[in-house]
Design a protein around this ligand. Structure first.
Ligand code: NAD
Length: 288
């Protein structure tokens, strides 16, 4: 992406994730050379959602690249909650499996209970960091697997080399997988954090006060470029299709890049970091 006509520097998640994956590959090779077994990530995909198939395929490819063994289970959408819980229990008990990922969302037409499924994963093998025990640990600032997208956002933010203490972060979106956990990670790093959501009264004014903006909404270009405070860091989590069918984020990229000091592109920003962090979580679980 060419930003030569704007003051903003690009936070390149693709390049950073490749560096992280290469470094993980070296670490996995070192374990192999020392006669240790390979780390293993189990992936479970239920049903036929096309987007989920693409996400899981990309995660499996990354495993292959790094030398992490992938144990993949694809289940019919009607397999049901009990069979899914039984499989998770088997993977919890397997010494070859160090991380477990259940691709969400689960099919809507059967009575799957996502919370029950996530809670069935051994917290020590929780590669996505969604288990309630690990989410509680995050709230208490204790060491535990951290959800991949927020963890990747923090890595990108660290690339800016800023002293974050006391700065004002505005997080747009309050989901359990992005908005809430990234808010806690920012708080842990001593930022002052404002969480905005669909009922926030004046989103433009909130965003305009931010030194760091994290947009995790799922609405194409909701955050307008002229809302951005000059010199801010903009981290765009959203993946949306605009009216022309083009992939865009939650931030109006071109206009925001005229004001921001740092900005992530979509695609090639936060997305690739999520996969790198999944593999990093798996490797950390293997080492634990
Ligand atoms: P979600 O639907 O669970 O949550 C969206 C949040 O946005 C909600 O908390 C809601 O209150 C808030 N919101 C909705 N409309 C709003 C508005 N008009 N103003 C302010 N806030 C509003 O979404 P999510 O799972 O957190 O995902 C958000 C986006 O990030 C989606 O586009 C998703 O595809 C993307 N995503 C990307 C990655 C990645 O790896 N890049 C990972 C997860 C999610």
């Amino acid at each position: 992406m060419n930003l030569s006509d704007t003051p903003a520097q690009l936070l390149d998640g693709k390049a950073l994730s490749e560096r992280i994956l290469n470094s993980l590959k070296e670490k996995v090779e070192a374990k192999h050379n020392a006669g240790m077994p390979a780390p293993g990530l189990a992936t479970i995909l239920v049903g036929n959602d096309p987007a989920s198939h693409i996400y899981v395929r990309n995660k499996r490819r990354a495993c292959e690249k790094v030398g992490i063994t992938n144990i993949h289970h694809e289940l019919d959408e009607h397999v049901g909650q009990a069979a899914l819980l039984k499989l998770i229990q088997e993977l919890n008990d397997s010494p070859e499996v160090h991380g477990i990922l259940v691709q969400l969302p689960l099919p809507k037409n059967c009575d799957y209970n996502e919370n029950e499924v996530l809670a069935a994963i051994d917290p020590a093998k929780d590669a996505d960091g969604f288990h309630p025990f690990n989410q509680g640990a995050l709230m208490q600032g204790r060491k535990a697997p951290v959800p991949c997208t927020p963890k990747g956002i923090m890595c990108l933010l660290d690339e800016c080399g800023l002293d974050l203490k006391g700065r004002h972060a505005v997080v747009v979106g309050r989901s359990n997988i992005v908005g809430k956990p990234i808010s806690l990670l920012l708080l842990e790093r001593h930022l002052t954090v404002t969480i905005c959501h669909s009922r926030t009264r004046d989103l433009a004014a909130e965003v305009n006060r931010a030194d760091i903006v994290v947009a995790a909404v799922g609405v194409a270009e909701l955050v307008r470029g002229d809302w951005i405070k000059p010199g801010a860091v903009v981290l765009d989590v959203g993946i949306n299709r605009n009216e022309e069918g083009k992939l865009v984020g939650d931030v109006e990229f071109r206009a925001a890049a005229q004001r921001a000091a740092w900005i992530t592109p979509v695609p090639g920003g936060v997305g690739p970091m999520t996969i790198a962090m999944l593999l990093q979580n798996t490797f950390e679980a293997y080492n634990a």
